[in-house]
Design a binder for this molecule. Structure first.
Ligand code: ACO
Length: 438
Protein backbone atom coordinates (compact mmCIF):
# COMPACT_ATOMS: atom_id res chain seq x y z
CA UNK A 1 0.00 0.00 0.00
CA UNK A 2 1.25 3.45 -0.67
CA UNK A 3 1.50 5.98 2.08
CA UNK A 4 1.14 9.75 2.15
CA UNK A 5 4.20 11.20 0.45
CA UNK A 6 5.13 14.14 -1.65
CA UNK A 7 5.59 17.10 0.72
CA UNK A 8 8.64 19.05 -0.29
CA UNK A 9 11.30 20.06 2.21
CA UNK A 10 10.38 23.24 3.89
CA UNK A 11 12.46 25.99 2.39
CA UNK A 12 9.93 28.70 3.19
CA UNK A 13 9.19 30.06 6.61
CA UNK A 14 6.14 32.05 7.75
CA UNK A 15 6.58 34.52 10.56
CA UNK A 16 4.01 35.22 13.23
CA UNK A 17 4.31 38.12 15.63
CA UNK A 18 2.34 37.88 18.87
CA UNK A 19 2.77 40.27 21.78
CA UNK A 20 5.94 41.61 20.19
CA UNK A 21 7.55 38.17 19.90
CA UNK A 22 8.27 36.63 16.51
CA UNK A 23 7.77 32.94 15.83
CA UNK A 24 8.93 31.07 12.76
CA UNK A 25 6.54 28.52 11.30
CA UNK A 26 7.58 26.08 8.56
CA UNK A 27 5.64 26.14 5.27
CA UNK A 28 4.65 22.76 3.86
CA UNK A 29 4.24 22.59 0.07
CA UNK A 30 2.21 19.79 -1.57
CA UNK A 31 2.92 18.19 -4.95
CA UNK A 32 0.39 20.51 -6.61
CA UNK A 33 1.97 23.52 -4.92
CA UNK A 34 -0.68 23.90 -2.22
CA UNK A 35 0.84 25.68 0.73
CA UNK A 36 0.18 25.25 4.43
CA UNK A 37 1.68 26.89 7.50
CA UNK A 38 2.66 24.12 9.88
CA UNK A 39 1.49 25.10 13.36
CA UNK A 40 2.17 21.81 15.15
CA UNK A 41 4.70 23.50 17.48
CA UNK A 42 2.74 26.77 17.87
CA UNK A 43 1.15 26.12 21.24
CA UNK A 44 4.32 24.66 22.66
CA UNK A 45 6.45 27.60 21.51
CA UNK A 46 4.03 30.54 21.66
CA UNK A 47 1.22 29.41 24.01
CA UNK A 48 -1.40 30.08 21.34
CA UNK A 49 -3.77 27.80 19.47
CA UNK A 50 -5.55 28.66 16.21
CA UNK A 51 -9.32 28.99 15.91
CA UNK A 52 -11.11 27.94 12.73
CA UNK A 53 -14.84 27.12 12.98
CA UNK A 54 -15.82 24.49 10.42
CA UNK A 55 -12.11 23.93 9.61
CA UNK A 56 -12.45 26.32 6.67
CA UNK A 57 -8.67 26.94 6.64
CA UNK A 58 -7.35 23.94 8.49
CA UNK A 59 -5.51 21.06 6.87
CA UNK A 60 -6.02 18.08 9.15
CA UNK A 61 -3.41 15.95 7.39
CA UNK A 62 -1.25 15.53 4.34
CA UNK A 63 -2.72 12.95 1.97
CA UNK A 64 -1.68 11.29 -1.29
CA UNK A 65 -5.13 9.96 -2.27
CA UNK A 66 -7.24 12.64 -3.91
CA UNK A 67 -6.44 16.04 -5.35
CA UNK A 68 -9.06 18.65 -5.98
CA UNK A 69 -8.86 22.23 -7.07
CA UNK A 70 -12.09 24.00 -6.22
CA UNK A 71 -11.33 27.06 -8.35
CA UNK A 72 -10.49 25.07 -11.48
CA UNK A 73 -13.08 22.31 -10.92
CA UNK A 74 -10.40 19.59 -10.96
CA UNK A 75 -10.73 16.18 -9.30
CA UNK A 76 -8.14 13.39 -9.46
CA UNK A 77 -7.82 10.06 -7.69
CA UNK A 78 -4.17 9.09 -7.14
CA UNK A 79 -3.18 11.50 -9.91
CA UNK A 80 -5.67 10.25 -12.52
CA UNK A 81 -8.36 12.63 -13.81
CA UNK A 82 -11.89 11.69 -12.69
CA UNK A 83 -13.03 12.04 -16.31
CA UNK A 84 -10.49 9.39 -17.44
CA UNK A 85 -11.34 7.05 -14.58
CA UNK A 86 -15.07 7.42 -15.26
CA UNK A 87 -14.53 6.54 -18.91
CA UNK A 88 -12.07 3.66 -18.60
CA UNK A 89 -12.42 1.98 -15.19
CA UNK A 90 -15.14 0.24 -13.27
CA UNK A 91 -15.95 0.79 -9.61
CA UNK A 92 -14.02 -2.20 -8.27
CA UNK A 93 -10.92 -1.15 -10.20
CA UNK A 94 -11.35 2.41 -8.89
CA UNK A 95 -11.63 1.02 -5.34
CA UNK A 96 -8.35 -0.84 -5.83
CA UNK A 97 -6.70 2.32 -7.12
CA UNK A 98 -7.86 4.39 -4.15
CA UNK A 99 -7.03 1.83 -1.48
CA UNK A 100 -3.73 0.45 -2.82
CA UNK A 101 -2.48 3.61 -4.55
CA UNK A 102 -1.88 2.09 -8.01
CA UNK A 103 -3.86 0.86 -10.99
CA UNK A 104 -4.11 -2.92 -10.68
CA UNK A 105 -2.63 -5.31 -13.24
CA UNK A 106 -5.11 -7.75 -14.81
CA UNK A 107 -4.11 -10.45 -12.30
CA UNK A 108 -4.29 -8.15 -9.30
CA UNK A 109 -7.73 -6.97 -10.35
CA UNK A 110 -8.97 -10.53 -10.92
CA UNK A 111 -7.81 -11.60 -7.46
CA UNK A 112 -9.40 -8.53 -5.89
CA UNK A 113 -12.73 -9.09 -7.67
CA UNK A 114 -12.69 -12.76 -6.79
CA UNK A 115 -12.08 -12.09 -3.11
CA UNK A 116 -14.88 -9.50 -2.98
CA UNK A 117 -17.25 -11.89 -4.75
CA UNK A 118 -16.58 -14.56 -2.14
CA UNK A 119 -17.50 -12.33 0.81
CA UNK A 120 -20.85 -10.96 -0.36
CA UNK A 121 -23.13 -12.96 1.97
CA UNK A 122 -23.85 -11.76 5.47
CA UNK A 123 -24.13 -14.05 8.48
CA UNK A 124 -27.58 -15.65 8.76
CA UNK A 125 -27.91 -14.32 12.31
CA UNK A 126 -27.28 -10.85 10.96
CA UNK A 127 -30.15 -11.24 8.51
CA UNK A 128 -32.42 -11.73 11.49
CA UNK A 129 -31.41 -8.27 12.82
CA UNK A 130 -33.64 -6.81 10.16
CA UNK A 131 -36.71 -8.29 11.86
CA UNK A 132 -36.11 -5.90 14.74
CA UNK A 133 -36.04 -2.71 12.71
CA UNK A 134 -39.33 -0.89 12.11
CA UNK A 135 -40.45 -1.24 8.49
CA UNK A 136 -40.32 2.53 7.97
CA UNK A 137 -36.80 2.91 9.41
CA UNK A 138 -34.51 5.07 7.29
CA UNK A 139 -32.08 2.79 5.41
CA UNK A 140 -29.13 4.98 6.46
CA UNK A 141 -29.97 4.20 10.11
CA UNK A 142 -30.07 0.49 9.29
CA UNK A 143 -26.86 0.72 7.27
CA UNK A 144 -24.83 2.35 10.06
CA UNK A 145 -26.24 -0.06 12.68
CA UNK A 146 -25.56 -3.22 10.68
CA UNK A 147 -22.09 -2.06 9.61
CA UNK A 148 -21.28 -1.32 13.25
CA UNK A 149 -22.55 -4.80 14.11
CA UNK A 150 -20.05 -6.39 11.68
CA UNK A 151 -17.51 -6.02 14.49
CA UNK A 152 -19.62 -8.41 16.59
CA UNK A 153 -19.49 -11.10 13.90
CA UNK A 154 -15.91 -10.65 12.70
CA UNK A 155 -13.96 -10.40 15.91
CA UNK A 156 -11.07 -12.12 14.10
CA UNK A 157 -10.33 -9.03 11.99
CA UNK A 158 -10.60 -6.04 14.29
CA UNK A 159 -6.96 -5.20 15.04
CA UNK A 160 -6.05 -2.02 13.13
CA UNK A 161 -2.33 -2.84 13.49
CA UNK A 162 -2.52 -6.30 11.95
CA UNK A 163 -2.14 -5.88 8.17
CA UNK A 164 -3.78 -9.23 7.38
CA UNK A 165 -6.80 -8.53 9.58
CA UNK A 166 -7.17 -5.10 7.99
CA UNK A 167 -7.09 -6.69 4.52
CA UNK A 168 -9.83 -9.15 5.44
CA UNK A 169 -11.99 -6.38 6.92
CA UNK A 170 -11.55 -4.25 3.79
CA UNK A 171 -12.70 -7.08 1.52
CA UNK A 172 -15.57 -7.98 3.82
CA UNK A 173 -16.81 -4.40 3.91
CA UNK A 174 -16.62 -3.81 0.17
CA UNK A 175 -18.38 -7.13 -0.47
CA UNK A 176 -21.10 -6.89 2.16
CA UNK A 177 -22.13 -3.24 2.04
CA UNK A 178 -24.35 -3.65 -1.08
CA UNK A 179 -25.99 -6.70 0.51
CA UNK A 180 -26.63 -4.89 3.80
CA UNK A 181 -27.97 -1.89 1.88
CA UNK A 182 -30.30 -3.88 -0.38
CA UNK A 183 -31.75 -5.77 2.61
CA UNK A 184 -32.78 -2.48 4.21
CA UNK A 185 -34.84 -1.78 1.08
CA UNK A 186 -36.32 -5.28 0.91
CA UNK A 187 -37.31 -4.96 4.56
CA UNK A 188 -39.09 -1.66 3.87
CA UNK A 189 -41.25 -3.19 1.12
CA UNK A 190 -41.82 -6.53 2.80
CA UNK A 191 -40.11 -8.66 0.14
CA UNK A 192 -37.85 -11.65 0.85
CA UNK A 193 -34.11 -11.06 0.89
CA UNK A 194 -32.16 -12.38 -2.09
CA UNK A 195 -28.82 -14.10 -1.70
CA UNK A 196 -25.99 -12.52 -3.71
CA UNK A 197 -25.01 -14.28 -6.93
CA UNK A 198 -21.29 -14.51 -7.23
CA UNK A 199 -21.07 -14.80 -11.01
CA UNK A 200 -22.43 -11.26 -11.34
CA UNK A 201 -20.42 -8.04 -11.33
CA UNK A 202 -20.50 -5.70 -8.33
CA UNK A 203 -23.19 -3.42 -9.77
CA UNK A 204 -25.24 -6.25 -11.35
CA UNK A 205 -25.27 -8.01 -8.00
CA UNK A 206 -26.50 -4.92 -6.18
CA UNK A 207 -29.33 -4.35 -8.67
CA UNK A 208 -30.34 -7.99 -8.40
CA UNK A 209 -30.28 -7.86 -4.60
CA UNK A 210 -32.53 -4.81 -4.79
CA UNK A 211 -34.99 -5.75 -7.48
CA UNK A 212 -35.12 -9.52 -8.02
CA UNK A 213 -38.01 -11.52 -6.57
CA UNK A 214 -37.97 -15.31 -6.11
CA UNK A 215 -40.90 -15.77 -8.49
CA UNK A 216 -39.26 -14.30 -11.60
CA UNK A 217 -35.98 -14.28 -13.49
CA UNK A 218 -34.07 -11.02 -13.20
CA UNK A 219 -31.59 -9.67 -15.75
CA UNK A 220 -30.06 -6.36 -14.74
CA UNK A 221 -30.44 -3.71 -17.45
CA UNK A 222 -26.92 -2.99 -18.83
CA UNK A 223 -27.74 0.74 -19.05
CA UNK A 224 -28.58 0.75 -15.33
CA UNK A 225 -25.43 -1.22 -14.55
CA UNK A 226 -23.30 1.31 -16.45
CA UNK A 227 -25.03 4.30 -14.87
CA UNK A 228 -24.65 2.85 -11.37
CA UNK A 229 -21.00 2.07 -12.00
CA UNK A 230 -20.40 5.67 -13.07
CA UNK A 231 -22.23 7.12 -10.08
CA UNK A 232 -20.28 4.97 -7.63
CA UNK A 233 -16.99 6.04 -9.25
CA UNK A 234 -17.69 9.77 -9.04
CA UNK A 235 -18.65 9.41 -5.38
CA UNK A 236 -15.67 7.24 -4.46
CA UNK A 237 -13.51 9.85 -2.75
CA UNK A 238 -13.42 13.56 -2.08
CA UNK A 239 -10.50 14.10 0.31
CA UNK A 240 -11.20 15.51 3.80
CA UNK A 241 -15.00 15.95 3.61
CA UNK A 242 -17.24 15.63 6.68
CA UNK A 243 -17.73 11.84 6.58
CA UNK A 244 -14.13 11.03 5.63
CA UNK A 245 -12.84 13.30 8.40
CA UNK A 246 -15.20 11.43 10.74
CA UNK A 247 -13.80 8.06 9.65
CA UNK A 248 -10.26 9.34 10.22
CA UNK A 249 -11.17 10.89 13.58
CA UNK A 250 -12.82 7.73 14.89
CA UNK A 251 -10.02 5.58 13.45
CA UNK A 252 -7.40 7.77 15.12
CA UNK A 253 -8.46 6.35 18.49
CA UNK A 254 -7.58 2.91 17.09
CA UNK A 255 -11.25 1.96 16.81
CA UNK A 256 -11.66 -0.90 14.32
CA UNK A 257 -12.47 -0.35 10.65
CA UNK A 258 -16.15 -1.40 10.93
CA UNK A 259 -16.76 1.04 13.80
CA UNK A 260 -14.99 3.85 11.92
CA UNK A 261 -17.00 3.27 8.72
CA UNK A 262 -20.24 3.08 10.68
CA UNK A 263 -19.48 6.55 12.08
CA UNK A 264 -18.74 7.82 8.57
CA UNK A 265 -22.14 6.58 7.38
CA UNK A 266 -23.81 8.61 10.15
CA UNK A 267 -21.88 11.74 9.14
CA UNK A 268 -22.83 11.24 5.49
CA UNK A 269 -26.53 11.05 6.32
CA UNK A 270 -26.93 14.78 7.09
CA UNK A 271 -28.65 16.90 4.42
CA UNK A 272 -25.71 19.31 4.24
CA UNK A 273 -23.53 16.39 3.14
CA UNK A 274 -24.57 13.13 1.42
CA UNK A 275 -28.19 13.48 2.50
CA UNK A 276 -28.43 16.39 0.04
CA UNK A 277 -29.22 13.99 -2.85
CA UNK A 278 -32.43 12.88 -1.13
CA UNK A 279 -33.23 16.44 -0.04
CA UNK A 280 -32.57 17.69 -3.57
CA UNK A 281 -35.04 15.33 -5.24
CA UNK A 282 -37.65 16.17 -2.60
CA UNK A 283 -37.07 19.84 -3.38
CA UNK A 284 -37.36 19.27 -7.15
CA UNK A 285 -40.60 17.39 -6.56
CA UNK A 286 -41.92 20.23 -4.43
CA UNK A 287 -41.09 22.74 -7.19
CA UNK A 288 -42.71 20.55 -9.87
CA UNK A 289 -45.85 20.11 -7.74
CA UNK A 290 -45.91 23.87 -7.20
CA UNK A 291 -46.35 24.54 -10.93
CA UNK A 292 -42.60 24.56 -11.72
CA UNK A 293 -42.26 28.08 -10.38
CA UNK A 294 -38.47 27.97 -10.33
CA UNK A 295 -38.01 31.69 -9.73
CA UNK A 296 -40.05 31.49 -6.50
CA UNK A 297 -37.61 28.95 -5.05
CA UNK A 298 -34.54 30.83 -6.23
CA UNK A 299 -35.93 33.91 -4.47
CA UNK A 300 -36.62 31.88 -1.34
CA UNK A 301 -33.04 30.56 -1.33
CA UNK A 302 -31.78 34.14 -1.45
CA UNK A 303 -34.03 35.27 1.37
CA UNK A 304 -32.01 34.95 4.58
CA UNK A 305 -35.22 34.83 6.64
CA UNK A 306 -36.57 31.75 4.87
CA UNK A 307 -34.02 29.12 6.02
CA UNK A 308 -34.45 27.53 2.59
CA UNK A 309 -31.39 26.58 0.55
CA UNK A 310 -31.18 25.20 -2.95
CA UNK A 311 -30.23 21.62 -2.19
CA UNK A 312 -27.54 20.26 -4.46
CA UNK A 313 -26.09 23.76 -4.85
CA UNK A 314 -22.90 25.15 -3.36
CA UNK A 315 -19.83 23.45 -1.99
CA UNK A 316 -17.23 24.19 0.64
CA UNK A 317 -14.38 23.63 -1.79
CA UNK A 318 -15.73 24.01 -5.34
CA UNK A 319 -16.09 27.61 -6.34
CA UNK A 320 -16.74 26.64 -9.95
CA UNK A 321 -18.75 23.84 -11.53
CA UNK A 322 -18.33 20.56 -9.63
CA UNK A 323 -16.70 18.24 -12.21
CA UNK A 324 -18.75 15.34 -10.84
CA UNK A 325 -21.97 17.24 -11.59
CA UNK A 326 -20.81 17.71 -15.21
CA UNK A 327 -20.26 13.96 -15.61
CA UNK A 328 -23.56 13.08 -13.93
CA UNK A 329 -25.60 15.59 -15.92
CA UNK A 330 -24.24 14.11 -19.16
CA UNK A 331 -25.03 10.59 -17.92
CA UNK A 332 -28.57 11.71 -17.02
CA UNK A 333 -29.16 12.99 -20.53
CA UNK A 334 -27.79 9.75 -22.00
CA UNK A 335 -29.75 7.40 -19.75
CA UNK A 336 -33.09 9.19 -20.12
CA UNK A 337 -32.51 9.34 -23.90
CA UNK A 338 -31.80 5.60 -24.15
CA UNK A 339 -34.84 4.77 -22.04
CA UNK A 340 -36.99 7.23 -24.02
CA UNK A 341 -37.96 8.71 -20.68
CA UNK A 342 -38.76 12.26 -19.80
CA UNK A 343 -38.54 13.11 -16.14
CA UNK A 344 -40.20 16.39 -15.19
CA UNK A 345 -37.71 16.64 -12.30
CA UNK A 346 -34.79 16.67 -14.76
CA UNK A 347 -36.46 19.54 -16.60
CA UNK A 348 -37.01 21.41 -13.32
CA UNK A 349 -33.37 20.81 -12.35
CA UNK A 350 -32.05 22.15 -15.66
CA UNK A 351 -34.32 25.20 -15.44
CA UNK A 352 -33.30 25.82 -11.82
CA UNK A 353 -29.64 25.64 -12.74
CA UNK A 354 -30.15 28.05 -15.64
CA UNK A 355 -31.99 30.61 -13.50
CA UNK A 356 -29.64 30.34 -10.50
CA UNK A 357 -26.46 30.59 -12.53
CA UNK A 358 -27.61 33.89 -14.01
CA UNK A 359 -28.59 35.31 -10.62
CA UNK A 360 -26.06 37.70 -9.03
CA UNK A 361 -26.63 36.09 -5.58
CA UNK A 362 -25.35 32.72 -6.81
CA UNK A 363 -22.74 34.24 -9.14
CA UNK A 364 -21.18 36.40 -6.41
CA UNK A 365 -21.08 33.51 -3.93
CA UNK A 366 -19.82 31.11 -6.60
CA UNK A 367 -22.61 28.62 -5.95
CA UNK A 368 -22.82 25.91 -8.62
CA UNK A 369 -24.60 22.54 -8.83
CA UNK A 370 -22.73 19.92 -6.83
CA UNK A 371 -22.56 16.12 -7.13
CA UNK A 372 -25.99 15.73 -5.52
CA UNK A 373 -27.89 17.93 -7.94
CA UNK A 374 -28.43 15.50 -10.81
CA UNK A 375 -27.63 12.10 -9.25
CA UNK A 376 -31.17 11.67 -7.91
CA UNK A 377 -32.63 11.96 -11.40
CA UNK A 378 -30.58 8.93 -12.50
CA UNK A 379 -31.46 6.97 -9.38
CA UNK A 380 -35.14 7.67 -10.05
CA UNK A 381 -34.83 6.49 -13.64
CA UNK A 382 -33.36 3.24 -12.31
CA UNK A 383 -36.35 2.79 -10.02
CA UNK A 384 -34.43 3.41 -6.81
CA UNK A 385 -36.55 4.85 -4.00
CA UNK A 386 -35.58 8.28 -2.73
CA UNK A 387 -34.63 7.03 0.75
CA UNK A 388 -31.95 4.84 -0.83
CA UNK A 389 -30.12 7.72 -2.54
CA UNK A 390 -27.78 8.48 0.34
CA UNK A 391 -27.22 4.75 0.82
CA UNK A 392 -25.96 4.65 -2.77
CA UNK A 393 -23.62 7.51 -1.91
CA UNK A 394 -22.30 5.47 1.04
CA UNK A 395 -21.62 2.44 -1.17
CA UNK A 396 -19.73 4.72 -3.56
CA UNK A 397 -17.76 6.50 -0.83
CA UNK A 398 -16.69 3.32 0.97
CA UNK A 399 -13.35 2.82 -0.86
CA UNK A 400 -12.44 6.46 -0.17
CA UNK A 401 -13.17 6.06 3.55
CA UNK A 402 -11.11 2.87 3.63
CA UNK A 403 -8.20 4.46 1.74
CA UNK A 404 -8.08 7.34 4.23
CA UNK A 405 -8.35 5.06 7.25
CA UNK A 406 -5.46 2.95 5.93
CA UNK A 407 -3.35 5.99 5.00
CA UNK A 408 -3.87 7.44 8.46
CA UNK A 409 -2.72 4.25 10.14
CA UNK A 410 0.35 4.06 7.91
CA UNK A 411 1.47 7.61 8.56
CA UNK A 412 4.10 8.12 11.24
CA UNK A 413 2.61 11.59 11.88
CA UNK A 414 -0.79 10.26 13.00
CA UNK A 415 -1.96 11.14 16.48
CA UNK A 416 -5.36 10.75 18.06
CA UNK A 417 -7.65 13.49 16.70
CA UNK A 418 -8.28 15.86 19.55
CA UNK A 419 -8.91 19.52 18.71
CA UNK A 420 -8.63 22.21 21.35
CA UNK A 421 -11.08 24.99 22.11
CA UNK A 422 -11.25 28.52 23.42
CA UNK A 423 -13.39 28.35 26.54
CA UNK A 424 -16.03 31.11 26.72
CA UNK A 425 -18.10 29.95 29.71
CA UNK A 426 -18.35 31.22 33.28
CA UNK A 427 -15.25 31.72 35.41
CA UNK A 428 -14.90 29.84 38.67
CA UNK A 429 -17.85 30.61 40.94
CA UNK A 430 -19.17 29.26 44.24
CA UNK A 431 -21.70 26.41 44.03
CA UNK A 432 -25.17 27.66 44.96
CA UNK A 433 -27.02 25.53 47.52
CA UNK A 434 -30.38 24.20 46.24
CA UNK A 435 -32.41 26.37 48.63
CA UNK A 436 -30.85 29.56 47.23
CA UNK A 437 -31.29 28.74 43.52
CA UNK A 438 -33.87 30.73 41.58
N1 ACO B 1 -28.64 27.99 -1.36
C1 ACO B 1 -28.65 29.30 -1.01
N2 ACO B 1 -27.60 29.95 -0.47
C2 ACO B 1 -26.49 29.25 -0.26
C3 ACO B 1 -26.40 27.86 -0.59
C4 ACO B 1 -27.53 27.25 -1.17
N3 ACO B 1 -27.50 25.95 -1.51
N4 ACO B 1 -25.17 27.42 -0.27
C5 ACO B 1 -24.51 28.45 0.26
N5 ACO B 1 -25.31 29.56 0.26
C6 ACO B 1 -24.92 30.91 0.70
C7 ACO B 1 -24.90 31.02 2.21
O1 ACO B 1 -26.14 31.42 2.73
C8 ACO B 1 -23.81 32.03 2.42
O2 ACO B 1 -24.35 33.29 2.13
P1 ACO B 1 -23.83 34.62 2.92
O3 ACO B 1 -22.40 34.79 2.50
O4 ACO B 1 -24.74 35.70 2.45
O5 ACO B 1 -24.00 34.32 4.38
C9 ACO B 1 -22.80 31.73 1.31
O6 ACO B 1 -23.57 31.13 0.27
C10 ACO B 1 -21.69 30.76 1.73
O7 ACO B 1 -22.30 29.59 2.24
P2 ACO B 1 -21.79 28.79 3.50
O8 ACO B 1 -22.93 28.03 4.09
O9 ACO B 1 -21.03 29.72 4.40
O10 ACO B 1 -20.74 27.83 2.80
P3 ACO B 1 -20.19 26.47 3.40
O11 ACO B 1 -18.94 26.20 2.67
O12 ACO B 1 -20.14 26.53 4.89
O13 ACO B 1 -21.33 25.39 3.03
C11 ACO B 1 -22.60 23.78 1.86
C12 ACO B 1 -21.25 24.53 1.95
C13 ACO B 1 -22.95 23.15 3.20
C14 ACO B 1 -22.44 22.67 0.83
C15 ACO B 1 -23.70 24.78 1.40
O14 ACO B 1 -23.37 25.32 0.13
C16 ACO B 1 -25.09 24.15 1.39
O15 ACO B 1 -25.76 24.16 2.42
N6 ACO B 1 -25.54 23.61 0.21
C17 ACO B 1 -26.81 22.94 0.16
C18 ACO B 1 -26.67 21.49 0.68
C19 ACO B 1 -25.89 20.61 -0.27
O16 ACO B 1 -26.13 20.57 -1.47
N7 ACO B 1 -24.93 19.85 0.31
C20 ACO B 1 -24.12 18.88 -0.46
C21 ACO B 1 -22.69 19.36 -0.59
S1 ACO B 1 -21.75 18.23 -1.57
C22 ACO B 1 -21.53 16.92 -0.57
O17 ACO B 1 -21.35 17.03 0.62
C23 ACO B 1 -21.53 15.60 -1.14
Amino acid sequence: MSSATGCSNQTQIAKLTVEGKEFELPVVVGTENERAIDITQLRKNAGYITLDDGYMNTGSTTSAITYLDGEEGTLRYRGYAIEDIAEHCDFVETSYLLIYGKLPTANELNDFRESIRRHTMIHEDMRSFYNGFPRDAHPMAILSSVVGALSTFYQDSLDPHDARQVQISIHRLLAKLPTIAAYSYKKSIGQPFNYPKNDLSYCENFLRLMFAVPTEEYDPDPDFVNALNLLLIVHADHEQNCSTSTVRMVGSSNANLFASISAGICALWGPLHGGANEACVNMLKQIADDGCNVQKYVDMAKDKKSNFRLMGFGHRVYKSYDPRATIIKKACDKLLGRLHLTDPLFDVAKKLEEVALKDPYFVERKLYPNVDFYSGVIYRAMGLPVQMFTVLFAIGRLPGWIAHWVEMHQSAATKIGRPRQVYTGANLRPLIPMKDRT
